[in-house]
Design a protein around this ligand. Structure first.
Ligand code: EPU
Length: 342
């Protein structure tokens, strides 16, 4: 198998922030076999820094990447039916939203609330994507991974992946070690519609839909996202830039005591912890819709940082530093970035 490695490769079209950066080397891999062979041939690739790229929707390049970028384009979706369930398998390069509609159109339920999340299937487990009341871990069956250390393919179960809120093994201790090649989801043939997220129910009511199908949910979620979030093809962004911070109940009570006139937005996590809405905290610090040069926060959702046109990765990063600083100073809450910084 021949591999065509491109040198000094421009990444502008490969990151949804649309910032300018170059990769010293770049290769697109479209099958598991090619991935295994490539690493066999290029043993040195494991020695030098390398980075796996999917849709480029959760990454901010603040500099050129002085190593090899491997873009995973493995295609294909298939499914296997059993009595009440269906197992849907997709290649890591499949666009996540295409997988959602493959399932919705066949009435396979479980990922309709995650319609229109940007990015690829292979990136989904890395940060345990989630939206509108569902997380990938709720429907995750298994994934196939290539271990760059051993050069072997293996299968990881849900437990192996150690999912938590926007986190997994792939983002933590095993960072950079495994390359996800395929994901299998366990979906239901007897849909339970999840409209627990207020905005979904409100939009269904507005549309006079009393008995929603999963297609209705996917459409409503897509409409809410389109209204609230900027479209990366016209304005560079990578969705939520920060995670919603998890704090102790005691911390929340202190905040509520200090800021008695404020209505803190939070969601319960467990008996001792709550998740604060980072977008709300950022808005309270006066950052909503603000910009410094071409780097800004989105006018409808302060948690989303945007590139108005010509911002560099560093401009966006510097803005995020200022936001972190202000939220820390005002509320003593440490915001953590969800986006990977290069
Ligand atoms: N809010 C504000 N001001 C803002 C933004 C939000 O007051 O500028 C308030 C909203 O009014 C709402 C609350 O904060 O009461 C939560 O806002 P929203 O429903 O937009 O959700 P979020 O918590 O900001 C999370 C995910 C999103 C996901 C939505 C819907 C994270 C980091 N983000 O955002 O995921 O779509 O919930 O489930 O968990 C992503 O990860 O890229 C992403 C877009």
């Amino acid at each position: 198998m021949e591999f065509s490695i491109k040198e000094r490769f421009p990444l502008k079209a490969y990151n949804t922030f649309g910032v300018t950066a170059f990769a010293a080397e770049f290769i697109e891999i479209n099958s598991e076999e090619a991935l295994v062979q490539f690493f066999e041939k290029r043993k040195d690739a494991v020695q030098q820094p390398f980075l796996v790229l999917g849709g480029g929707s959760n990454i901010l390049f603040t500099r050129d990447f002085e190593g090899l970028i491997i873009r995973i384009g493995i295609p294909g979706i298939s499914h296997q039916l059993s009595e009440n369930e269906v197992w849907v398998t997709a290649g890591a390069g499949v666009i996540w939203n295409d997988l959602v509609w493959y399932c919705v159109n066949r009435n396979f339920a479980g990922i309709e609330n995650m319609a229109l999340i940007p990015g690829t299937v292979g990136a989904a487990p890395v940060q345990n994507i989630g939206a509108y009341g569902t997380e990938l871990k709720d429907v995750f069956g298994s994934c196939r991974v290539f271990d760059t250390k051993s050069g072997k393919i293996s299968t990881f179960s849900k437990e192996d992946c150690q999912f938590s809120y926007r986190e997994s093994l792939f983002k933590r201790e095993a960072r950079g070690r495994y390359i996800i090649t395929q994901v299998t989801l366990r979906l239901s043939l007897n849909p339970t519609i999840n409209t627990s997220y207020g905005a979904i129910q409100a939009e269904l009511t507005k549309r006079n839909i009393l008995h929603p199908t999963i297609k209705d949910v996917a459409e409503v979620v897509s409409a809410i996202r389109t209204e609230k979030l900027p479209d990366p093809s016209t304005i560079g962004n990578s969705g939520s830039f920060f995670k919603n911070p998890i704090v102790t109940v005691q911390h929340l009570q202190q905040l509520q005591f200090t800021f008695q006139d404020m209505n803190f937005v939070y969601y319960p996590v467990d008996t001792n912890h709550v998740k604060l809405a980072a977008g709300w905290l950022i808005e309270q610090c006066g950052w909503k819709g603000k910009r410094i040069g071409d780097a800004g926060t989105w006018k409808n959702q302060a948690l989303v940082l945007v590139n108005h046109q010509n911002a560099s990765g560093s401009d966006i990063y510097n803005l995020s530093e200022q936001i972190i600083h202000d939220v820390k100073e005002r509320f003593n809450v440490a915001l953590e970035r969800e986006v990977n910084i290069i």
